[in-house]
Design a protein around this ligand. Structure first.
Ligand code: B12
Length: 318
């Protein structure tokens, strides 16, 4: 017979997931925070091989990323939520570049913050003195590994969290909490022998299944790199001016994606396939105004001009 603590943990888990549904999340799951999330130190191996490129912040808080109880010492559970951002790419005109899908609308950090904080408040209301730590992307949390343990998504060979019903076009958010919640079963591999993403990556950035070398990844180069993009990668960048979706576009599971119900994620006019001439014609002030409230601002003016010039050269060179 289940003890009272277990019955409460089951009830609290149900209430948390119901609240996640009510707040508009497309999926949610729960993992136990007791064991460190990265016992094999895959993050350490990734950092040692220099796969974080110039993202020094990834190395600075590695110990915290590997163990939820460093961030929240009494953490017992990790709640993981997913929000679908899929929309069809609008028709592109000649002379346009490509922005990756996740950046077409309003910045997802801003969109997801409010419902995630509301969910954290709900969890805090379950138990007197309960604590939470909620984050989307920027917290020292290995979000994909938690998503896998919480049953929210398997880790695909492109390294992204992947589901049968949504593919990989979804953002993750996590809440570490001191509240005991009944955990879900971890997600099981759905890639099998498929290796389409590994073979399709234009720059061979997926160096082995589930391991991405940021130094080669177009997403890193166009968004995070503040310096020059290595010359030998220019041609492979093709039309991409912000991020890259190739590894996701070829994934068979992404055929099942439905359009997001979040209007803020739908493409803003000209942001999915920006006209390269027009982009290159912007001064810093007009760039900031055009992309205010979007994640594209992260590349900064100089970065976007660099990216647009490479895409333009790729279209004009024979
Ligand atoms: C740094 C970072 C990047 C870097 C490095 C990418 C990378 N693959 O690590 C760059 C800038 C390249 C990048 C690119 C993109 N990113 Co990014 N990124 C992050 C960030 C901030 C940290 C990721 C990290 O810790 N990497 C280090 C490696 C070592 O960690 P890891 O891959 O999670 O590895 C763990 C597990 O995968 C596990 N593991 C490895 N192999 C195996 C095998 C098995 C069987 C198991 C069980 C576990 C396992 O071991 C590791 C430790 O536990 C996360 C947010 C976060 N806080 O987690 C977003 C995040 C991963 N990014 C996201 C997105 C959307 C993207 C892009 C699609 C954006 C774009 N369109 O351009 C691309 C995708 C490129 C790609 N194929 O990875 C989303 C992904 C959502 C999803 N469905 O998975 C996240 C989760 C942000 C969010 N909150 O939604 N990103």
């Amino acid at each position: 017979m289940a003890g009272i603590a277990e019955i409460i943990a089951v009830e609290h888990a149900r209430s948390t997931k119901d609240q996640a549904d009510a707040l508009g999340f497309d999926a949610s799951g729960i993992a136990s925070a007791g064991e460190a999330i990265d016992p094999e130190n895959r993050l350490g191996a990734w950092l040692e091989r220099g796969y974080h490129a110039d993202m020094a912040w990834m190395a600075r808080n590695a110990a915290t990323r590997r163990d939820a109880q460093v961030k929240l010492p009494a953490a017992r559970s990790v709640v993981v939520v997913a929000r679908n951002y899929y929309a069809e790419r609008p028709q592109a005109d000649a002379g346009s570049g490509k922005v990756s899908r996740y950046a077409w609308g309003r910045d997802y950090h801003k969109v997801l913050r409010k419902p995630l904080i509301e969910l954290a408040r709900h969890i805090e209301s379950l138990e007197p003195g309960a604590q939470t730590y909620a984050s989307v992307d920027t917290g020292p949390v290995l979000e994909r590994a938690w998503a896998q343990r919480a049953g929210v998504g398997a880790i695909g060979k492109h390294s992204l969290a992947l589901r049968r019903d949504m593919g990989s076009w979804f953002f993750l958010g996590t809440i570490l909490t001191t509240v005991e919640l009944e955990p879900d079963a971890p997600a099981e591999d759905i890639c099998g022998t498929c290796r389409l993403c590994i073979d399709a990556c234009p720059t061979s950035a997926i160096v082995e299944a589930r391991v991405v070398d940021s130094k080669r990844c177009i997403s890193y180069q166009t968004i995070e790199n503040r310096g020059e993009i290595p010359q030998d990668l220019h041609a492979e960048h093709g039309d991409w001016v912000y991020g890259c979706d190739v590894c996701q576009e070829v994934c068979p599971w992404n055929r099942f994606a439905a359009t997001t119900t979040e209007e803020d994620f739908l493409p803003r006019a000209g942001h999915a396939n920006p006209d390269l001439e027009a982009l290159l014609g912007l001064d810093e002030k007009s760039f900031d105004a055009e992309f205010a409230g979007t994640t594209i601002r992260r590349a900064k003016y100089a970065g976007m001009m660099r990216n647009a010039a490479i895409a333009k050269a790729n279209q004009t060179q024979p």
